[in-house]
Ligand binder design. Structure first.
Ligand code: HEM
Ligand code: HEM
Length: 267
């Protein structure tokens, strides 16, 4: 990205974050909360939890859906896409397409997570007294930092590019893994708070995560797998081939099927 666009992009990200706040309607009535929250129930590990109102149940479901779409789907997909670019020519059109798709998927993921974050911060208690809430809060910040790091990157060929790649790869992978963990703990919290079954959702999400992990591992092994079909050439065979090529270059013209004027003369 051109250097002058970077501040614009940073402002855009911050503006998206802030602009979602006024649209969130924090309208659960006090009576509604007290009516439902005096009802308590015991979960499987016999802790007592407050039962939430139907309104809050649907808020939690929307929160879960938004954050699954962002951190459970778009973000890992964006990572798989950029990993495909390492197998194509550096300056090719295909590589550009992979790059722009990575940026598009990640920016969409940041945008959806930001809407989810604004919604949960407005509608939930903000007590941050369990690991799902605390890790979630840290992730809201980390994805914004990761997106900013993505835009402020040194050009290829510069020494700093290696450090940049390490930080971007490391943070991106950690954020994505932590996001997947938080979706599991979120589903557990959803079950505890609403008593709704989450078994099928956990199975489906596990199947999706397994598929992503398989593709990720497959990407590393693709080149190696392709090489399995090629007979390995030893060092001495390499020298033989080079020698034969040299000889070919020195062969007299008469050996060529096509004859020139001189060849015809000395026949
Ligand atoms: C990576 C994805 C997720 C992140 C980053 C995240 C983040 C958060 C945060 C920060 C809170 C606290 C909000 C506050 O009190 O202001 C929260 C609460 C909550 N989240 Fe998530 N969440 C994620 C996924 C999910 C999913 C998939 C579900 C399942 C439906 C879910 C269910 C809940 C529930 C039930 C609460 C209420 C608090 C509780 O009882 O622990 N979350 N989440
Ligand atoms: C939250 C958002 C983002 C996440 C989670 C993320 C994650 C990642 C990860 C994990 C990789 C390494 C893939 C691998 O080789 O295994 C990567 C590569 C890359 N990302 Fe991002 N990224 C994000 C946003 C961005 C943005 C906004 C840009 C640029 C504007 C960007 C540009 C790149 C580039 C150029 C590479 C390839 C680096 C190279 O091969 O030299 N990323 N990203």
């Amino acid at each position: 990205m051109h250097i002058s666009c970077k501040p614009v992009v940073s402002i855009f990200i911050l503006a998206c974050y802030v602009s979602t706040f006024p649209f969130i309607d924090c309208s659960i009535s006090h009576e509604e909360i007290t009516h439902f929250e005096i009802d308590t129930h015991k979960s499987l590990n016999s802790k007592t939890y407050k039962q939430v109102s139907p309104q809050k149940t649907s808020d939690i479901a929307l929160h879960g859906l938004l954050l699954w779409a962002s951190m459970g789907f778009l973000m890992p997909l964006g990572i798989l896409i950029i990993r495909m670019s390492s197998r194509v020519e550096p300056e090719s059109m295909k590589r550009r397409v992979f790059f722009y798709l990575h940026v598009a998927f990640q920016m969409l993921s940041v945008l959806v997570a930001t809407v989810g974050a604004a919604m949960s911060l407005k509608k939930f208690e903000n007590s941050f007294d369990n690991s799902h809430q605390r890790l979630g809060l840290a992730l809201y910040g980390a994805i914004l930092v990761q997106a900013l790091i993505g835009f402020f990157r040194p050009h290829r060929g510069k020494k700093e590019r290696s450090y940049w790649y390490f930080v971007h790869w490391m943070l991106g992978t950690i954020v994505s893994l932590a996001g997947i963990i938080n979706i599991y703990t979120g589903l557990k919290a959803y079950h505890k708070r609403t008593l709704k079954g989450t078994g099928l959702l956990i199975i489906l999400f596990t199947a999706q995560v397994s598929l992503i992990a398989l593709i990720y591992l497959f990407q590393d092994k693709l080149n190696y797998m392709k090489k399995q079909g090629v007979t390995p050439i030893s060092e001495s065979s390499h020298q033989d081939i080079a020698q034969r090529q040299n000889q070919k270059e020195l062969l007299p013209v008469v050996q060529c099927g096509k004859r020139n004027a001189l060849g015809n003369l000395f026949d």
